[in-house]
Design a protein around this ligand. Structure first.
Ligand code: COA
Length: 374
């Protein structure tokens, strides 16, 4: 058996044609196309096409996908009824995990597991997860649900369902770019969890439910929530240095920093930093960006650790007026595209994923001591 590596660090656990990362050079690409090009020139629907079909769409193909995604946004009333029965203070990631599990029961393709059916599930889940996040917020606020608007694209429709108002062009573009940047990231923990479940020949909803559970954790998608809570706790630019010094002295991990794969700047952080600056300053919230920059500079100087995707996405969402505990669910609104691309890829060339453990327990053969002798 090969040697154990804690956390499977640097272990190659799959072949994949979806996402290329060079952690030393800070390169991220979807299907070979650099994330900087996609962030500047593409949109979320086009990225979905790229992830699911392996190439950029022609105009007619993109139009078709935009229409198909818009047609597949409806969440069954039974799932909304289920969500309305949850405690008002439920963690939105727990709500999403349970609601997505519930969606499986009402999916028109629930009996089918061929590629076409699985692709339709990918379309539906992409539309429905956005609807679930929006509904989570509106239900707990006691507001009426906002039905999807088929004339709006994914990012704008999500903000519309969440707030009841059509977003400004700036807010729509900010959300669209955030969705592009979060869409895929190779074998991150949630995608790996999804592939492991898919590889047992379970079903797409089960695989996505596994992925949502993994994304929730603060070492993964949950970090963007902790970043904003940290900024709110510090509260003022003048308190940043002392707070950070104390936190580092007590060996605290600073959310939004560090990465298993990148040894240089996370290329997604580059865009989110720019967006955070623009949104914080234009909304009169410049202090959050100033504090973030100070934390970033101090982390670089003291620990030589870079900001990751979750650091600046926190202030982007906050200045868009989104509730802090919805930040991780918004990660899933985007990552569902990558999860489903990986699930389809796994099923296209499947083998059960079943590694081994290095046994460290009592030496075999250990005696079976009868109850009276224990
Ligand atoms: N704050 C302070 N120190 C950090 C750090 C952080 N955010 N991230 C890593 N380090 C330090 C560790 O203390 C460790 O130092 P040591 O070798 O002196 O003990 C070293 O860097 C390696 O960290 P480790 O936790 O072993 O790396 P990992 O690859 O297992 O973990 C993360 C990667 C992302 C889980 C980790 O960086 C982290 O917990 N970050 C904060 C949570 C976060 O932002 N997650 C989102 C990731 S996109």
């Amino acid at each position: 058996m090969s040697t154990f590596k804690k956390g499977l660090q640097d272990i190659v656990a799959a072949t994949s044609s979806i996402c290329f990362i060079d952690g030393d050079k800070g390169i991220l690409s979807y299907r070979g196309i650099d994330i900087h090009d996609l962030a500047e020139k593409s949109n979320f629907e086009e990225v979905c096409y790229l992830l699911w079909f392996g190439k950029l769409p022609r105009q007619s193909e993109l139009d078709q996908l935009i229409g198909d995604l818009a047609k597949n946004r409806a969440v069954p009333q039974e799932v909304f009824a289920l969500m309305k029965s949850f405690p008002k203070d439920a963690n939105p990631m727990d709500v999403m995990r349970t609601a997505v599990s519930g969606l499986a029961l009402y999916d028109p393709d629930r009996q089918a597991s061929n590629t076409e059916a699985n692709l339709r599930k990918a379309y539906r889940l992409t539309g429905q997860i956005a609807g679930i996040v929006a509904a989570t917020e509106r239900i707990r606020r006691g507001q009426d649900l906002v039905p999807p608007d088929a004339t709006l694209k994914h990012a704008a429709n999500f903000i519309y369902m969440l707030t009841g108002k059509k977003p400004s062009a700036t807010a729509e573009r900010a959300m669209d770019v955030a969705l592009i940047l979060h869409a895929d990231h190779e074998l991150n923990a949630s995608t790996f969890a999804g592939r492991v479940t898919a590889a047992t020949l379970s079903d797409v909803h089960s695989a996505v439910t596994s992925a949502i559970g993994a994304l929730k954790g603060p070492l993964h998608g949950g970090a963007n929530i902790d970043v904003m809570r940290m900024l709110l706790e510090i509260g003022d630019v003048n308190k940043v240095e002392a707070w950070l010094k104390d936190a580092l002295a007590s060996k605290k991990k600073i959310s939004g920093f560090g990465h298993r794969v990148y040894h240089t700047e996370d290329p997604r952080a580059t865009h989110l930093r720019t967006m955070s600056k623009e949104l914080c300053e234009s909304s009169g919230n410049g202090k959050w960006f100033t504090m973030s920059r100070l934390i970033e500079d101090t982390m670089k100087r003291e620990k030589n650790i870079n900001a990751n995707v979750d650091f600046y996405s926190a202030t982007v969402y906050y200045t868009l007026g989104i509730a802090v505990d919805l930040f991780t669910p918004i990660f899933a609104v985007s990552r569902i595209s990558g999860w489903t691309a990986h699930i389809l890829e796994q099923l296209g060339n499947n083998r059960l994923i079943r590694p081994r453990a290095e046994y460290l327990g009592p030496q075999y053969p250990a005696p079976y001591i009868p109850m009276t002798g224990r």
